[in-house]
Write a protein of this length. Sequence first.
Length: 464
Amino acid sequence: MAHRELMTPLSASKRWVKKDEGKQVYIGYKRLKKEFPDLVTAETKEGTREAANAWWERRQANRTPDTSELDQAIDVVNIQIKVAELAGDNLHAYALRDDLRKLQIERTNPNPRKPHPASLVLPQFVDPVNQAVFDDRLARLRQSEKATEQDRTIQHQVEAFLALKRRAVEAGNLTPDRWEVLRVHTDIFQNVAIGSSDVSSINEQRILDFYLNLTAKVTSKKFAAAYAHDVFGTFKAFVRHLWSLRLIQLPRNLDDRKLIFNRKNKVPQVWTKDEFDRFLGSAAPRTKLFGLLMLNCGFYGIDIATLEQDMVDWKAGRIIRKRHKEQDTENAPVVNWLLWPETLRLLKEHRSKDKRLVLVNEDGKPLRVATLEDRNDGKGDKFRKSDNIRSAVSRTMRKLKIKKSPSDLRKTGPSKLEEHDVYGRYSQHFLGQAPDSVAGKHYVVPSQEQLDRAIVWLQKQFGI
């Protein structure tokens, strides 16, 4: 088998030689012995071959490519293109753009070749005014080139990605809560990806590296598998965003089915009758109302906070609406919940004078508010959130040592309905979720009479 030799041996002088950038580069036995003692076995060609290869590879790895002349040539060709366009010579301008592309490609090579001298010749003008104009344009182009390099960093593109999502919040197409989730997720992969690196570094290996990093966090119990899945999903959305802007090629393993997290279905921690009895017995009247709405209608806090006056039939004792989360989902049902007498009584008692919202806090403001505020210090937006409903319910739960979450109370109603042979069919409709079966989407209309009976049955199970 032939031995690999990156340099040429000179037997007479016991040296190795290689032409580099037009000059002969030499390395001798003594220096190789000093720098690579483990690789030199004898003062011969065979005994120093591996050391000479290692020395050359190290030289190439430590090389900082000299792109100064290429940078100058790129600037100059940009000027030449402008001159050709001003002169109306579009054919010449087209040819120059081809030269420009070649120079830009060459600049990315680890060992770039020097540009042709013609590429370094600036247009000359008899009129000094024109010369000054183009000198100024050259300076601007150089500054623009530096700005473009900065714009390609991962950190800059993450900021642009979040700014785009910020506009979606302003347009009402994204919630501030979701924006904050995206910000936290992007912070995670920036810390792994090194925010100052160029977006071109996001390739198949980078995808795999970030997946393995998240997997390690799941293994060490720092992240839950479901959370790692969500973070990875945000990362993939960001990569697709870069691809849509033609900043990168789409990595081939972005949707690799092997890059998954073993998420387990979380079993709902439903409330028992005893726990709910203790909650009603200890809670303040308004907090008691929150708990009843969660159990009676399967509401989350956001559904309670966004309940509007025209969604309540005060005479019939009903709430008729789409759930807040599903309000923009076309096939999500408009649900008609029958209110239990105690739920209706407390709802009337705490009904606000606000023209829109049924329930507000003591200051007349919404019970749940999530906003993005400008810091005015150049550090971006600050997420602020206040949730009177969750705070009130959680405070009572802590006092009673009920080790569940307020959202578990919302899941208790449909979980209880599932125990019934007939009413279990209405648990999905009770939650206001869009049907997922063909029959549910196109043919079957849930019976209002049966839903009313199911809600009355649920009331009896908890002795309300």
